[in-house]
Design a protein around this ligand. Sequence first.
Ligand code: BTN
Length: 242
Amino acid sequence: MSIKKCFLLLFYPEGVILFPMFKWQMISFETVESTNDTARDYPCGTAVVARCQTQGRGRHGRTWQSLNGNLFLSVVLPEMGEKTPLLAFVVGLAVVEALPEVPLKLKWPNDVLKNGAKVAGILLERTDDKVIAGIGVNLKQAPQQHLLYRTDTLGTGLSPQALAERILKSLNTMLTRFQENGTAWLLACWLKKAAGVGQLITVKMPTETITGIFNTLSPEGALLLTLDNGTQKAVSAGDIFL
Ligand code: BTN
């Protein structure tokens, strides 16, 4: 399969990055187990969409209820070493910027909220040499059962295909801006759109639950909290409750 890529060589304070600008190759399926699994077989620059997913998954091995009419999209991105986890922020911002007509917020690490309810989730997975970013958007239906959070639908008349196209366009813009402006810029953009900054939040981790003020993000994208006793804590994985 051939995909058109052009490579830009750019210099910025964090070094030289050779990053592909994608002319996305979109491949559509009727039914797959998970678009993230299907995408693994394709090269960088591929976007996989499916009308149905039978084994959609979310973060921490949870099931992603893949209801009819919603968007199930996975994009294949290049491995970026230690910066790979930051791609979740790039993708989150791309989803928000793709939908200027909807008042959306980002919830650390990978959720998209509308009026405090989850409308989209992002799952970043690595292979040996690629990164698969899976994006699930509740376009027509919001799952209601066995959930940690409130959910909602996006509430636009967009079809999954139209939304996928918007997100891919916006993702190219965000990837370019990220490579031009670097990590500090990315995190500042993300924080501007984030829910809960400066507020008391609860973070559930596998072995403990903590409460603290959400101050900012570390350069690696960890949540930086101030706890009740005044100490600072960095959290790199968990679920936050606002
Ligand atoms: C989360 O919020 O836990 C992340 C959910 C990610 C769901 C999407 S739907 C498309 C892609 N395929 C999957 O199996 N998961 C992601």
